[in-house]
Write a protein that binds this ligand. Structure first.
Ligand code: T5A
Ligand code: NA
Length: 210
């Protein structure tokens, strides 16, 4: 039954942060590490640019297409909803998902354009809730110095500062703030420890919430 299936469920681990905070680097390192521990684990990311909606989002982000602020917000959310059934199935089957951005990015970026924060949150309600959110904390200025912004729509310091304020107002009990100015290796070991703990909690029966 549902309870038995949940007892060994996987963990939903989300990495969040400003553009260039180091999320993708840490997601791939964490996924490899959990794999070496014999765990069933997959790396996911949002936006998922591979779907039809994801292709629209990608062309919006690269400024090939313009969309109304509210419309693109709902499209980012819909791109998570279209993956919901698969996410839940994987988690309940025992696979841990390491996810590069989730609803917090959805709300923080759209609200930085001036949309109402609560309005932005509404379409996220009902998606699987993360068991752990690792927030890679770095200032907009320090992030901009890394590797150079690639020229996507949101990669501007003034905008990222607003996004940072919004992220900080979204923190809840599942968050761990991590100083993202530390070395890639230091961050990797801190993240490993936090992730293993939550994977164990989920394997021991912590329920999936929404
Ligand atoms: N968005 C997203 C919304 O508006 N709504 C939504 O609902 C969602 C989900 C998508 C954009 O869409 C917005 C947010 C974004 O603006 P994306 O595809 O996630 O963006 O962005 P990417 O361009 O793929 O990734 P980022 O720019 O966010 O970079 P990362 O993943 O944070 O950083 P990473 O690991 O690629 O590293 C960046 C550079 O820094 C170096 C790396 O080597 C690399 O050069 N670096 C470090 N340098 C020093 N010290 C460290 N600890 C370092 N870690 C990494
Ligand atoms: Na990334």
């Amino acid at each position: 039954g549902a309870i038995a299936a949940d007892v060994r469920r996987g963990a939903l681990i989300v990495l969040e942060g400003l553009d260039r905070s180091g999320k993708s680097s840490q997601c791939s390192r964490l996924t490899s590490f959990l794999h070496t521990q014999g765990l069933s684990v997959e790396a996911w990311r949002f936006p998922d640019r591979s779907t039809a909606m994801g292709k629209m989002i990608s062309s919006y982000l690269s400024s090939q297409m313009d969309l109304d602020d509210a419309s693109i917000h709902l499209l980012f959310s819909a791109n998570r909803w279209e993956k919901r059934a698969l996410m839940e199935a994987k988690l309940r089957a025992g696979t841990t998902l390491v996810v590069d951005r989730y609803s917090y990015s959805g709300v923080a970026f759209s609200a930085a354009k001036g949309l109402d924060l609560d309005w932005c949150k509404a379409p996220e309600a009902g998606l699987p809730a993360p068991d752990l959110v690792l927030y890679l904390d770095i200032s907009a200025e320090a992030a901009a110095e890394r590797g150079g912004y690639g020229g996507e729509r949101y990669e501007k310091v003034e905008f990222q500062k607003k996004v940072e304020q919004n992220f900080k107002s979204l923190q809840d009990s599942t968050w761990q703030n991590i100083d993202a100015t530390q070395s890639i290796d230091t961050l990797e070991s801190m993240i490993r420890e936090a992730a293993l703990k939550v994977v164990n909690d989920c394997h021991s029966g912590r329920e999936l919430s929404h």
